[in-house]
Ligand binder design. Structure first.
Ligand code: FMN
Length: 177
């Protein structure tokens, strides 16, 4: 099988624009979390998302042990919080600047996230450095209204405007058939 080199792969992936999220989990009375763009809707019935978490991160162990996680979708103004959860802070220090609550899974919920998905792990698949966790969504909580924080071309970005945002033609639907 032919393989591309890692740099080529990373260069190509820079073209994909992503929402920026904080994935959290709680285990043995401690909170864990990291910034993640590898988050995706899988299916609406049952409501399921997937997240890809590096096996070397502290959050990985907490998700695996608690069999739960929460996806907190960040607002456009939250790039500093994203930095804190991707290395500028560590451990419990990451949670200090903001207010957090929790729902049925016990994973930390960012009170003023754009939206939070509280999930129970239903499947997992280890591949290379990461594990893909499939989470069935037990609760969706809308925090504070706003626009999403994006990440593309190696930098944070915002939606420029919706002026270019053409609606899908009648009869077409994101959720397919
Ligand atoms: C924009 C951005 C997106 C990221 N996406 C992911 C991701 O999807 N999965 C992942 O495991 N790490 C991702 N990371 C890296 C982690 O946030 C970072 O390695 C974090 O410090 C790991 O937590 P730890 O320090 O507790 O191990 C991303 C970082 C940034 C800045």
């Amino acid at each position: 099988m032919q393989q591309v080199n890692v740099d080529q792969f990373k260069l190509g992936m820079r073209a994909l624009a992503h929402a920026v999220n904080i994935i959290t989990a709680a285990n043995a009375g401690r909170r864990y979390g990291l910034t993640a763009t590898a988050v995706c809707s899988v299916t609406a019935e049952p409501p399921t998302v997937l997240v890809c978490v590096n096996q070397r991160s502290a959050t990985h162990g907490a998700v695996a042990k608690s069999r739960a996680f929460c996806v907190n979708v960040l607002r456009a103004e939250e790039s500093e919080l994203s930095n804190q959860f991707s290395g500028a802070q560590s451990g419990e220090g990451r949670f200090q600047s903001r207010e957090w609550s929790s729902l049925s899974t016990g994973s930390p919920v960012l009170v003023d996230a754009l939206v939070s998905f509280d999930c129970r792990v239903v499947k997992k698949l280890a591949h290379g450095s990461h594990t893909i966790f499939l989470g069935q969504v037990e609760q969706v909580v809308f925090g504070k209204k706003g626009k999403p924080l994006l990440y593309a071309e190696g930098q944070y970005a915002k939606l420029a405007s919706l002026a270019h945002g053409e609606p899908l033609p009648e009869g077409l639907d994101y959720w397919g058939f």
